[in-house]
Design a binder for this molecule. Structure first.
Ligand SMILES: Nc1ncnc2c1ncn2[C@@H]1O[C@H](COP(=O)(O)OP(=O)(O)OP(=O)(O)O)[C@@H](O)[C@H]1O
Length: 259
């Protein structure tokens, strides 16, 4: 369980997030939503321990993040940042193998289970035949899938993702989030993901934290929290949330000039 209590955090002395409370439980997929610049990535960076809280705390199973050694943390939390970089020479196969480093001994290579995980991760993102290619020679969407494969290969109980469907075509967006839902429901993982597409959040997430101006304005089960009133308050958006064949769909009103 990740618990965030009274978190104030930012860059330098300027707080971006103020007094935020949230918790992310095993077996649950939580979507972080909110307008650009409201602090979603900053929150994930604080959870990873990259930013030191100015007040409050973030704990993993009761232990403050700052007290967990980096290698131990990498065995428990995988992180997909918004922007991914890697050296020019790295192949897709090597990138995915990096996902297994935290699990292996200091001088040990991958074992059979690791190799199976690497193959499975590549197959899941549909890149099993491209393992020999340099990552930087892949298309934008293939590249994003490559980094997702690395995260899957890390095989951690907690996964944090910052806009994972960036650059992905619609088929892979649904496939990835279906996989994420499986990781939570069938394998009890904790997943927290920034999502801009509210319909993806409505279709796949269990919980949502709606952020605005560095604060959590509403949080709870996605069907309860992603409603017209909260969308107006947080996004200043005129939208309906309708039900269609058992699913909820967010339908923003068109701007007047184009209606
Ligand atoms: N490294 C940094 N140094 C200083 N300020 C930063 C830094 N990174 C982000 N900020 C500021 O913190 C605020 C929140 O940024 P953050 O990236 O957390 O927003 P976000 O909700 O993830 O936005 P988006 O939806 O656009 O990705 C913004 O005002 C941004 O300018």
């Amino acid at each position: 369980m990740i618990r965030i209590q009274g978190l104030t955090v930012g860059y330098g002395r300027k707080p971006v997030i103020r007094g935020l409370d949230a918790s992310f439980a095993p077996g649950r997929f939580t979507a972080l939503v909110g307008p650009n610049g409201c602090g979603k990535s900053t929150l994930l960076k604080a959870v990873m321990g990259f930013l030191r809280p100015q007040a409050g705390r973030v704990t993993l199973d009761g232990v403050p993040m700052a007290r967990i050694p980096r290698r131990a943390l990498a065995r428990r939390i995988a992180w997909l940042p918004q922007e991914n970089h890697c050296p020019d020479y790295l192949t897709l196969g090597e990138l995915v193998e990096m996902g297994g480093h935290a699990r292996q001994g200091l001088f040990a290579g991958p074992d059979d289970r690791d190799r199976l995980l690497f193959r499975e991760a590549l197959r899941t993102v549909g890149l099993q035949d491209q393992a020999h290619l340099p990552v930087n020679a892949l298309s934008g969407g293939q590249r994003q899938r490559a980094f997702i494969a690395m995260v899957l290969a890390q095989d951690t109980p907690v996964v944090l993702m910052d806009e994972p469907v960036n650059h992905l075509d619609v088929t892979y967006q649904y496939a990835l989030l279906g996989l994420v839902r499986d990781l939570t429901r069938r394998h009890g993982r904790t997943v927290v993901s920034v999502l801009h597409d509210l319909n993806l959040a409505l279709s796949f997430a269990d919980e949502v934290v709606m952020m605005s101006g560095g604060e959590a304005r509403a949080s709870g089960p996605v069907a309860e929290v992603l409603n017209a009133a909260n969308l107006r308050e947080v996004f200043d958006l005129d939208a309906q949330v309708i039900r269609h064949e058992g699913r909820r769909i967010c339908l923003p009103a068109l701007p007047e000039s184009s209606a």
